[in-house]
Design a protein around this ligand. Structure first.
Ligand code: NAD
Length: 292
């Protein structure tokens, strides 16, 4: 049987999650995705109407099949954590009758996947959110900082915790990080730099724990700049892409597919001894000490 992947953080065809889904599909994996509830309707409608057909094309000419789209809000672990007003809002968004329950918390998503598919081999975390990302750290509120950590770092701890019991031994997980965790990138604010530092540190601790507990590998990709929807919200992505092009050892555009291919390698048996690592896919920009 081919491998089965659950990819959290796909809501259009522009981001790293989509590119990772494609690379895994091209390698023969079955693709399940978790899509943020507010973006669910438009994503599913666009998929159904063929809006993504061009970008679903795989190298062999076939179209990537997303076998199931699960609603997901990775800042909530279980229904008890969802405030009443949020529950109501999201029910309206998903045309769901409000019955005091949800099906988009991390625990419920894992339960649904278990019920419908039994197990997975690959878990991908390709999501982040920082409500105050445009504010410098010195101007970030406590709640903004904690929200960034909750959506961008703890969300991975929670996903791995809830999916680990249904992951087949030998499986692997991957997340996406950014160099702002270890070098100062003015403009990447709101505690997002802190969130990425936590994510990278957690990658090591979780590699140990999940390795011992379930023979699961845990790695993160430190990706260079991509003009995704999330990145455009930060506001200076075009500048970062230009900066990278000018200063990186490899002076070429960074393609989302290059990150996708690295993710496919890292979750495959080819990388069977790699765990707890931060792997740079950034045209080498991280190695430079002086802008030229
Ligand atoms: P993207 O917009 O394609 O992906 C972010 C996704 O997160 C979106 O689909 C959004 O709906 C989802 N999301 C936000 N909050 C959520 C929540 N609470 N629950 C579930 N889903 C939620 O943008 P992207 O840039 O491809 O981001 C993917 C990952 O790559 C992120 O971790 C990001 O930090 C990382 N990254 C991006 C860049 C870049 O330049 N774009 C560089 C390095 C790392």
């Amino acid at each position: 049987r081919g491998k089965r992947a659950f990819i959290a953080g796909v809501a259009d065809d522009n981001g790293y999650g989509w590119a990772i889904a494609k690379a895994l599909a091209a390698a023969g994996a079955e693709i399940l995705v978790g899509t943020w509830v507010p973006a669910l309707n438009i994503f599913e409608t666009s998929l159904r109407r063929g809006k993504f057909d061009e970008s679903r094309k795989l190298p062999d000419g076939s179209l990537m099949e997303i076998v199931k789209v699960y609603p997901l809000d990775a800042v909530y672990d279980s229904p008890e954590d969802v405030p009443e007003d949020v529950m109501l809002y999201l029910c309206v968004k998903t045309n769901k009758r409000y019955a005091g329950s949800s099906n988009w918390t991390v625990k419920e998503a894992a339960e649904l996947v278990k019920k419908e598919y039994g197990s997975i081999d690959i878990l991908v975390h390709s999501l982040a959110n920082g409500p105050e990302v445009t504010k410098p750290l010195l101007e970030t509120s406590r709640s903004g900082y904690l929200a960034a950590i909750s959506a961008s770092s703890y969300s991975f701890v929670s996903l791995l915790k809830h999916f680990l019991p249904i992951m087949n031994p030998g499986g692997a997980s991957i997340s996406l990080t950014y160099i702002a965790s270890e070098r100062t990138i003015p403009g990447y604010g709101g505690g997002m730099s802190s969130a990425k530092a936590a994510l990278e540190s957690d990658t090591k601790v979780l590699a140990f724990e999940a390795g011992r507990k379930g023979k699961i590998r845990v790695n993160t990709i430190s990706a260079g700049p991509l003009g995704s929807r999330a990145a455009k919200a930060i506001g200076f992505i075009e500048k970062m892409i230009e900066y990278s092009y000018v200063n990186a050892p490899l002076q070429k555009e960074l393609l989302a597919d290059e990150v996708g291919n690295t993710a496919a390698f890292l979750v495959s048996p080819l990388a069977s001894a790699i765990t707890g690592s931060t792997v740079y896919v950034d045209n080498g920009l991280n190695t430079m000490g002086l802008a030229v």
